[in-house]
Design a protein around this ligand. Structure first.
Ligand code: HEM
Ligand SMILES: Cc1cc2nc3c(=O)[nH]c(=O)nc-3n(C[C@H](O)[C@H](O)[C@H](O)COP(=O)(O)O)c2cc1C
Length: 527
């Protein structure tokens, strides 16, 4: 049974936490109508067009299949696993680019002033029609725009593209509130269908598109053929393995120390993460408390440990640049003299959960809390860490923060680090594990499969290695020997070009990661 109350139960029986009142019946009726219209046809159109695209691009279907099998095999698809299926997300995004179910929507310009939009002067209170159909087909942003190409959404191709060049769910305060749900639904359908079936277009298909409200495609006929190929053994254990599965154990040196885990949330993700940190602290022998951020400034205010007495962890989301519901009072309180006094000398670290689709206000509230805690004289134990729900990187970012927190905490109390903590920082390369599980030697795999496995492994390894840096590929502009006539010694003068937007001044840190020779990498994989 689902532990969460469903939407109807909530609307009919849950009082507003602030006013204590239930929703009036006519409001419930309107909400139901809105959710049926906004939440059903939109996603069903998106999925129809997704399957239509897939049916015409077997090479895309194959890549989706490989990714799903490498991540979960035939096992259940968890939220964490979805986050790891990056190519599935690329396919979903590319389909929403070409066939946004909402092909247009209106936005009103500010009522009190004239504004400039590019070369256009917009009078006050004017309706501006946004055409996603046109926006998503701008050839300057999407070369050859009619082509279905999920690789447009690879991190490399996305870099530098405006976040406002893809707006299927609109943007701002009145953006779609069902976007995340819909993206989950679409990826689940894609992954579940592709791992069982091949999808092909029937020749009787004659696509017509009308637009009563959302895009309404008709005349698509698909053939669904069960996959006969023996699936590789499930690799669920890889996906379900938490990224940081180290165990610090009960530490005497931490007994009596306090861990206060504060969370800000509307839909529960940050409270789940807070639970994890609460369990982490309890397992280490700390005295733990978990509470919403507002509890800090309410009547029986929560005591905050100072200095070496303990640590305060804050895990919070952001909504349209503002705090979530249970952190609003805390937000007001932050600038008060009482806050400065109580936060002075508190050791803290903040984890912000957000979504980069809200580009202008990405993790804005978590950043504000981090700044305010520092300004009030708090001692930052681990720098602000950020989880992006859009890319699915949030779990991994959280795991890294968890490890960083444990290391900083143990160091600050002069305690030794557990041995397996380092290994947990470098999760195994999934594809390589899958290959091992298939029970075949690398050389026995068919060549295209072999290349795909290798490319993915190298890509994943490079990404893990470069996480947190600002990596770029640098071609040497100049590379010459300085020691003329010296035997057995070499000092070289090397110049590289920096990519646009990156500057270097004396004192900056530049790490150079040379590539390993192909043969060396290949030999290692063969071994
Ligand atoms: C592919 C699927 C979807 C697309 C393309 C989509 C698109 C949009 C767009 C463009 C808007 C803004 C309209 C405007 O500015 O006039 C919107 C608003 C909205 N959407 Fe979605 N939507 C989708 C799925 C969903 C789902 C699954 C739900 C609910 C479960 C949902 C609920 C809503 C609601 C309630 C609003 C109004 C929000 C407000 O006015 O504050 N949508 N959607
Ligand atoms: C209506 C709405 C507005 C949002 N606004 C922002 C935002 O301004 N900045 C941001 O980084 N994330 C934004 N998000 C993403 C949420 O912060 C993110 O999904 C977060 O993980 C939610 O965590 P919670 O379940 O703990 O509330 C928004 C999400 C929704 C649904």
């Amino acid at each position: 049974k689902c532990p969460m109350a469903d939407m109807a139960t909530r609307m009919l029986t849950f009082p507003d936490p602030l006013t204590g009142e239930l929703l009036p019946d006519d409001n419930v009726e309107n909400q139901v109508a809105t959710f049926l219209v906004a939440g059903h046809d939109s996603t069903s159109t998106a999925i129809t067009m997704l399957l239509y695209q897939l049916a015409q691009h077997p090479e895309v279907e194959e890549r989706v299949y490989r990714e799903v099998m490498a991540t979960v095999g035939n096992g259940p698809i968890s939220w964490e696993a979805l986050g790891k299926m990056e190519y599935c997300m690329q396919v979903v995004k590319e389909n929403l680019r070409l066939f946004s179910p909402a092909t247009w929507y209106n936005k009103m310009s500010p009522a009190d002033r004239t504004v400039q939009l590019g070369p256009y002067e917009i009078p006050p209170d004017t309706a501006v029609m946004i055409s996603t159909w046109g926006l998503h087909r701008n050839p300057k942003v999407y070369p050859n725009p009619e082509r279905f190409d999920p690789d447009r959404w690879s991190p490399e191709q996305c870099a530098g593209r405006s976040p406002y060049a893809w707006l299927p769910f609109s943007y701002g305060k009145r953006a779609c509130i069902g976007a995340q749900l819909s993206l989950i639904e679409q990826r689940m359908v894609l992954a579940e269908l592709v791992r069982r079936f091949h999808i092909r277009l029937d020749s009787s298909t004659q696509l017509t598109i009308s637009e009563p409200l959302f895009l309404n495609p008709q005349g698509i006929y698909l053939r669904v053929v069960a996959r006969t190929q023996e699936a590789p053994p499930p690799t669920t254990f890889v996906a379900s393995q938490p990224a940081s599965d180290f165990d610090v154990g009960d530490l005497e040196g931490l007994h009596g120390k306090q861990l206060v885990v504060l969370f800000g949330t509307n839909t529960g993700s940050c409270e789940d993460l807070a639970d994890k940190m609460y369990r982490r602290g309890t397992a280490m022998g700390m005295a733990c408390t978990k509470a919403p951020l507002d509890a800090v400034c309410q009547a029986d205010s929560l005591p905050l440990p100072k200095g070496a007495d303990g640590v305060v962890l804050v895990i919070t989301s952001t909504y349209n640049g503002k705090p979530p519901e249970n952190a609003k009072q805390f937000d007001q309180w932050l600038g008060s003299p009482e806050a400065s006094e109580r936060l002075q000398g508190v050791r803290f670290s903040v984890f912000g959960c957000g979504n980069r689709q809200w580009a202008a206000t990405f993790v804005a509230f978590a950043s504000k809390v981090d700044d305010c805690l520092t300004a009030a004289g708090g001692q930052c134990l681990v720098p602000l860490a950020i989880g992006d729900m859009d890319t699915g990187d949030a779990e991994a970012a959280f795991a890294r923060w968890d490890v960083a927190f444990c290391i900083a905490l143990l160091r600050s109390h002069g305690l030794p680090l557990p041995k397996d903590i380092a290994a947990s920082l470098y999760p195994k390369v999934l594809e390589y594990d899958t290959y091992l599980l298939q029970g075949k030697g690398y050389g026995d795999l068919p060549v295209p499969e072999r290349e795909a496995v290798r490319d993915r492994s190298l890509g994943t390894a490079a990404k893990l290695f470069a996480t947190g840096c600002k990596p770029f590929e640098a071609a040497p502009l100049c590379n010459r020997e300085l020691l003329v006539g010296a035997v057995g010694r070499s000092t070289r003068h090397i110049e590289i070009a920096l990519p646009e937007g990156l500057a270097y001044t004396a004192g900056d840190h530049l790490g150079v990661l040379a590539a390993n020779p192909e043969e060396g990498v290949q030999a290692y994989l063969d071994y």
